[in-house]
Design a protein around this ligand. Sequence first.
Ligand code: HEM
Length: 365
Amino acid sequence: KRETAPVYYDEQSGSWHVFRYDDVQRALSEYATFSSHMGGDDASGTGQLFSSSLIATDPPRHRQLRSLVTQAFTPKAVDALAPRIAGLTDELLEGIADRGSADLIKELAYPLPVIVISELMGIPPQDRERFKRWSDVIVSQTRTGSASENHTAAHMEMTEYFLALIDERRSRPGQDLISTLLAAEIDGQKLTVPELLGFCALLLVAGNETTTNLIGNAVLCLSENPGTMDRLIREPALLPQTIEEVLRFRSPVQSMYRMAVAETALGDEVIPAGAPVVAWIGSANRDERQFQRPAEFDIDRGQNRHLAFGHGVHFCLGAPLARLEARIALEALLSRLPGLSLDQEARLERMESTIVYGLKALPVT
Ligand code: HEM
């Protein structure tokens, strides 16, 4: 579609799909025209949980909400987590080298970001498993855009859990993000309970699945490019640019929703006011107008202005953390399992989602 119908109206869903780099960049960043506020039950199916969180608000409210948490996610604050992330990675990888085979999603790429964000939020270790279930259900349902019984139950359980946790932190504040949010004020006003809930859910869901898939997609890209893998084993300093290329080539978040606020010309089309718009990040990141030889995985691209973390005011808050986790995880994998290769017998299955791009499992030997 990027060539023949770069801005495409899908009659069935009633939404507009945007595929070219420049148009996707506009849809993501021109918030006065393309709003992130989707109403109570947004078209991406994530529903009310996120409707008052920063990902679903426009400036000026958006800026106020975001300023409450930016401190916790600056590159400097995130760098301070490096020793803990490295320690966790070592713990998770322990034993894999001796055993000779593993599912790297299950044993490393999934648990690592969950543990890191849970610790930042002050969630007790024994509750982590439950988050996997909730966030899995929520992410997989975004595919259909409608809420199933499972989906509703997961939302309810997660909401109840956070309500209890918020209450507890109110009476016994700590150093965690939930306590920070409870203490925060915007123009003398505390955050409301729905706003607090939206924040918690967003941090969990936005940061987990995505980072898991970045690590998983990176292993897949490297096993398809053994020359690059060998280079990285000798020269781990090339990892940051490798991670950027994985983000471009196999973008963990493939699409984001917006709502056209007013009638707007985009490409050769006119999008009417009130129409849902889907900005295809995955397609923009392979647009030949922006990238030379876009279908090639090439870590030596000088400039790599991919849109994998979005663009503009909503640019991913967790980008420094995701990059750091991916770098530490990959560095550990390459040094501890240098002979790493995908299990050739196994069929690789993609997750069932049009939004999130990643593998269900990554069996290696
Ligand atoms: C926003 C992707 C990891 C938290 C975004 C957006 C994208 C994205 C595309 C923009 C959404 C929009 O424009 O509507 C990714 C990818 C990740 C990742 C690909 C991993 C590889 C994380 C992590 C966290 C996080 C680790 C938190 C711990 C957020 C938050 C927002 C956001 C809070 C909303 C920011 C705002 O609306 O101002 N992310 N993300 N993300 N991300 Fe990430």
